[in-house]
Design a protein around this ligand. Structure first.
Ligand code: ADP
Ligand code: ZN
Length: 368
């Protein structure tokens, strides 16, 4: 079965997200249907290129696309301005024209990097997302946020640049290392918590099947997930209202512990921990029932996330790390907090709620 979701933005811009087993084999038809030209630059990391680039390249070539394959070494540290420049120089040397499109083929690192190259190359050319990791499929390939990391922090240089097509072929997940799945699970649970109780219940029942990558379960989870993300980004493409900040649930605390661990903790582990702490803050502020916080916590347990942090940080170092963020005003930290399973809190018309450092420290102490 194939699921197609359509995202619509202002000015008539729209694109399809196609999800299913073996959908990559339709790449040529899908690219043509999306109105893309015949010149294609596939950008892929070394792991994904080794496994799958031949297959995708030959699919496109046999449909008479001109294909240039560019690769870079895998790993977050290569999501950098230096690697971006190196790839762009190769495109310029090959005289890749404005009519060309980029195919970001890989995990979230590839999607962010290749998407950002497309956003700035000759002032912007189209691109498509071909996500191969669970995280990229459920989160980063949809929504148009692209960028690179800097020595001063992650994703600090980037753009909003929507893809023209997303093709999520579930078959790629067969070779994804198991620990990489957890990064996807954290965002899936986040999406269910912020927007869809029924989906949350489905996860409670089906977590075992999801962990074993049972094909039908994965397909339905992916479709529901992308639907939730789609609804949020469609309403707030460029993070202008607080709507899109709902997607930051678990990420305010999550980013702080991820940074404090110097990125030794994975994004998924960090966000899962962040959701535990932030939902406890919501309970302490009287926004969320204890029962719901426990339900979320139990689901995170069943997905395989530890209940506390091994290399635990002092609560005040986490609060300090968050306060150093320039976005914070008046010594308070704003975060998206749940008001129930599938519902987020709103105060004075905003989805971001002001929390004091002492409230954060109090919640963190519960996880020591
Ligand atoms: P993420 O997708 O979590 O944002 P990456 O893009 O770095 O981060 O992907 C995580 C790791 O998984 C990388 O080492 C990448 O090469 C590898 N990877 C991505 N997709 C696949 C796949 N389908 N099979 C095997 N390895 C993959
Ligand atoms: Zn995330």
């Amino acid at each position: 079965m194939t699921t197609t979701l359509n995202l619509r933005f202002s000015g008539g811009r729209q694109y399809d997200v196609v999800i299913g087993h073996g959908v990559i084999n339709n790449i040529s038809q899908l690219a043509r249907h999306a109105g893309l030209g015949h010149e294609c630059v596939i950008i892929s990391d070394s792991n994904v290129a080794k496994l799958y680039s031949k297959q995708v390249k030959s699919r496109l070539q046999s449909a008479r696309f001109d294909v240039l394959l560019l690769t870079f070494p895998s790993g977050e540290r290569n999501k950098s301005r230096a690697v971006k420049q190196h790839l762009e120089d190769q495109m310029l040397r090959q005289r890749i024209s404005r009519q060309a499109f980029v195919a970001a083929f890989g995990g979230g690192v590839t999607g962010d990097l290749a998407g950002f190259i497309a956003a700035t190359y000759l002032r912007g050319i189209p691109y498509i997302q071909l996500p191969t990791s669970l995280l990229a499929m459920v989160d980063s390939s949809v929504g148009g946020k692209v960028g690179v990391d800097t020595p001063y922090g992650k994703n600090l240089v980037g753009a909003f640049w929507q893809p023209r097509l997303v093709v999520a072929d579930i078959d790629f997940l067969k070779t994804l290392p198991e620990h990489e799945l957890l990064n996807g699970f954290a965002e899936i649970i986040k999406h269910a918590t912020i927007a869809d109780e029924q989906f949350f219940r489905f996860l409670e029942k089906g977590m075992e099947k999801l962990r074993h990558m049972e094909p039908k379960t994965v397909e339905s989870v992916l479709a529901t997930n992308i639907e939730i993300k789609k609804n949020i980004v469609q309403e707030d493409e460029r993070e202008r209202s607080s709507r899109r900040s709902l997607l930051n649930f678990g990420h305010t605390i999550g980013h702080a512990v991820e940074q404090l661990s110097q990125y030794k903790m994975s994004h998924g582990q960090s966000v899962a921990f962040g959701m535990r702490v932030e939902s406890l803050i919501a309970v302490q502020m009287g926004l969320l029932e204890k029962e719901d916080e426990q339900r979320l916590s139990a689901l995170l347990d069943s997905a395989g996330f530890p209940a506390s942090l091994k290399n635990s940080f002092s609560p005040d170092s986490v609060a300090k790390m968050m306060l150093s963020d320039k976005k914070n005003v008046d010594g308070h930290i704003r975060m998206a907090l749940p008001a129930g399973i599938g519902r987020m809190a709103k105060k004075n018309g905003s989805h971001t709620i002001s929390v004091s450092p002492s409230q954060i420290e109090a919640a963190l102490k519960a996880f020591k």
